[in-house]
Design a binder for this molecule. Structure first.
Ligand code: FMN
Length: 368
């Protein structure tokens, strides 16, 4: 089985989520024995179709334009058994560069107009490969892929091999979702194995792939927190990750969102409850209970917390974002802690794990 995977994410340096999902699929394809060739459109020059119809009339089957499409991509496209169109979702469809490639596959069709079941079509010059979409989107709900999915089904008909979609992929980096992320990643790899075998993905595997990583509200809140932190720091999201800037909560609710998503389920053997009481502009308390690899949160006081920290809100956000030293603040009396001090510090380091550069987790080495 020969596969051509075309990636249209403009993002480089291992920061593209489309590429991440494509690479997981390729892992499965290769495990299933398929031969996979990858083309990154960001490195190619593909001109717009000029609508001359030379490929239909003067030079049947041959495009009049000379570029990477006619010289490299189209010959590979024709020779493949399956072509994967991997595209970030842009304005609810594919990127312009991917659409440009699809338009340039016109030479495969003949100019004749035929009809079947009341629908006109151009008979093909020769068989074309099965086609599928891989796509990734920012919003945390699956409906965003409706247009792309309909496009695939309507345009490619019986040759549409399936689709692999993922929403809010940034959530794959949050420790709290690591079990679900692993499950979805495995389903994507399985999808690749199935494609290698039969050029189709079973409905069960597709369902496992198309799960939400986390609750929409929590994912959106974390996204909003990341965006506001980028704006405050004057950086783009990639720089935020690269520079290790930690999102800064603007109020107690956001602090709880941050605490939840950074929660590391495997760091705890015993149940623990942490309470935070804040003073200053944002005053009030909140708590987190960590139990059986799960975290629950609430506003207000906990019944019997193992640790209770009192601090001005802004000061604790300085600590959380590494602008102030938490140990010094506690030892110097600027924050008051009830509970075992060294255990509390250990928990904060283990769970909130903020030292790790997030970017390194996006694309595990050696996937492709
Ligand atoms: C121009 C543009 C348009 C976008 N349109 C949508 C959209 O319609 N729906 C959506 O959920 N996300 C949208 N997004 C978010 C991207 O799909 C998301 O950032 C994705 O992770 C990008 O994939 P990449 O990391 O492979 O480049 C858009 C992003 C850009 C830059």
């Amino acid at each position: 089985m020969k596969i051509l995977a075309i990636n249209s994410s403009p993002r480089k340096n291992r920061v593209s989520y489309t590429e991440m999902v494509m690479n997981l699929t390729i892992k499965g394809l290769r495990e299933g024995g398929a031969e996979v060739d990858v083309v990154h459109l960001r490195d190619k020059k593909v001109k717009d179709c000029i609508g001359c119809f030379s490929c239909w009339t003067k030079t049947p089957g041959v495009c009049s334009l000379k570029d990477d499409m006619s010289k490299e991509i189209y010959p590979k496209w024709v020779a493949a058994d399956l072509v994967i169109y991997a595209t970030p979702l842009y304005h609810f469809l594919m990127t312009a560069s991917m659409k440009r490639v699809i338009e340039r596959t016109l030479p495969v069709a003949t100019p004749t107009v035929a009809a079947q079941d009341g629908k006109s079509y151009h008979p093909l010059r020769h068989e074309h490969p099965s086609l599928m979409f891989i796509s990734v989107a920012g919003f945390p709900d699956m409906w965003v892929f409706n247009e792309l999915s309909n496009y695939g089904k309507n345009t490619f008909g019986d040759t549409y091999a399936g689709e692999i979609f993922m929403v809010s992929p940034t959530a794959t980096q949050y420790p709290i979702f690591k079990d679900k992320t692993a499950e979805i990643f495995e389903a994507i790899i399985q999808g690749g194995r199935e494609l290698a075998e039969s050029k189709k993905i079973t409905p069960e595997t597709m369902e496992s792939i198309h799960q939400l990583i986390g609750p929409q509200e929590l994912v959106s809140s974390m996204f909003n927190l990341l965006s506001s932190s980028c704006i405050a720091e004057g950086v783009i999201p990639y720089e935020m990750d690269k520079k290790g800037i930690i999102p800064r909560a603007r109020d107690i609710e956001e602090f709880l969102v941050f605490m939840q998503t950074k929660f590391e389920p495997d760091a705890f053997k015993e149940a623990k409850t942490l309470q935070f009481s804040f003073t200053g502009e944002h005053n009030g308390s909140c708590h987190l209970t960590i139990k059986d690899r799960k975290v629950t949160v609430g506003m207000g006081d906990a019944e019997s917390p193992d640790f209770s920290l009192e601090s001005p809100f802004d000061l604790w956000m300085d600590v959380m974002t590494k602008k102030a030293d938490g140990v010094e603040m506690i030892k110097g009396g600027k924050c008051t802690l009830k509970g075992d001090e060294s255990e509390f510090i250990d928990i904060m380091e283990k769970v909130f794990n903020w030292k790790k550069a997030i970017i390194s987790q996006i694309q595990p080495e050696g996937l492709v």
